[in-house]
Design a binder for this molecule. Structure first.
Ligand code: AQP
Length: 335
């Protein structure tokens, strides 16, 4: 039987090239080898302040983008996290098993908490426990994510192991331990304004990222104004030139060329010559995705039917795992 994959994206703001190259594109490339579950993680989306007027629409957007990027329903199931109540329920059970200090150590919590000051929610601290629930409910073998989620994956394994140690039987663990699937290239796409900071939806500057739905004009403008350096000749892997490495990597991934081919092509180039090449590669990669997306967004009935089917398939698996966990924890079975 094929190994199972689970991953997700939050319906918060517009997806950018980091989300695409670090996650979704990799899902598409390997989907034929696995039994895939991709969710729109709308419960995670409210761990930071959110707008109730846009949440449902943003959920459609992510589901449509999954399909537009090439997720194929013959290999993959797409569903909405909040439509499968087992996610919230397992998160509660795991909350009571997870030591608080494991969560306080999480880098994402520390970084996002600083931005919110006194308003930081308990949900933000709890984000990785909910993520562990997402993964463990489906007994995922592999979790394809960007580098920024590596620490949360390690935590998921620790929570699973602790549950197994406390409540599993020797030959009957409660949970299967998942492995991260993190690609070398594209795992950490950096900001266009600072090559040492990851490209991120929550960066206040729109100029820091290329969104999947940006117009060709916007893409051109953003690349024209992105941070570079005064050195002539472009090269990968120079720690003194993080922006150069990031932009060459983007060009490599978007053009489909090899690293060697890009290194040779760009070794004598200046930025003025390189930027139009990168712009064209980005525009041409995103054009078919945008066209498919626009068409799908006019077909809400079709999207609803996909999400309903996904909900049913995901719920059946999730409920089974949840029952097994509750049984291991000693709960009186439901009537
Ligand atoms: N810059 C990135 N490079 C590579 N992969 C990335 N991912 C996110 N940013 C990069 C990967 O995208 C997937 C979905 O992530 P998410 O929906 O949880 O979004 P996020 O991590 O909240 O996205 P941002 O832009 O990073 O948002 P903020 O600003 O809120 O932190 C994940 O697999 C993630 O690894």
């Amino acid at each position: 039987m094929a190994q199972r994959i689970l991953s997700g994206v939050q319906p918060t703001g517009n997806l950018h090239l980091g989300n695409y190259l670090g996650a979704i594109r990799n899902w598409v490339e390997t989907q034929q080898e696995y039994d895939n579950f991709f969710c729109v993680v709308d419960l995670h989306a409210i761990t930071v302040p959110h707008d109730p007027k846009t949440l449902a629409q943003d959920t459609y957007t992510i589901a449509a983008l999954y399909l537009a990027c090439g997720i194929d329903l013959s290999y993959s199931t797409i569903f909405v996290q909040s439509h499968v109540s087992a996610h919230s329920e397992l998160a509660w059970l795991l909350n009571c098993i997870t030591p608080l200090n494991w969560l306080e150590r999480m880098i994402q919590f520390k970084e996002k908490a600083v931005k919110q000051g006194d308003n930081v929610s308990a949900g933000l601290l709890d984000y990785p426990v909910l993520m562990a629930s997402d993964i463990l409910l489906y007994e995922a073998d592999k979790v394809p994510v960007g580098e920024d989620q590596k620490q949360h994956l390690e935590l998921t394994r620790n929570i699973a192991q602790r549950t197994n140690d406390q409540f599993g039987k020797k030959d009957q663990p409660v949970f299967k331990l998942p492995d991260p699937l993190i690609r070398n290239e594209g795992a950490r796409v950096m900001s266009l304004l600072d090559g040492t900071k990851k490209m991120s939806k929550s960066d206040p500057s729109e100029m820091s990222r290329i969104n999947l739905l940006d117009s060709p004009d916007d893409i051109k403008k953003k690349i024209k104004r992105c941070k570079t350096d005064p050195v002539k000749g472009l090269s990968f892997d120079d720690p003194e030139r993080p922006e150069c490495d990031n932009l060459l990597t983007l060009y490599m991934l978007l053009s489909g060329k090899t690293k060697k081919a890009v290194a040779e092509e760009c070794q004598d180039m200046g930025w003025g010559q390189f930027k139009p090449l990168l712009t064209d590669a980005a525009v041409e990669t995103l054009r078919p995705i945008q066209e498919k997306y626009q068409q799908l967004m006019t077909e809400k009935g079709y999207l609803d039917s996909i999400l309903k089917e996904g909900q049913e398939k995901a719920s059946a698996i999730a409920q089974q795992t949840l029952s097994r966990v509750k049984d291991a924890l000693g709960y009186l079975p439901r009537f």
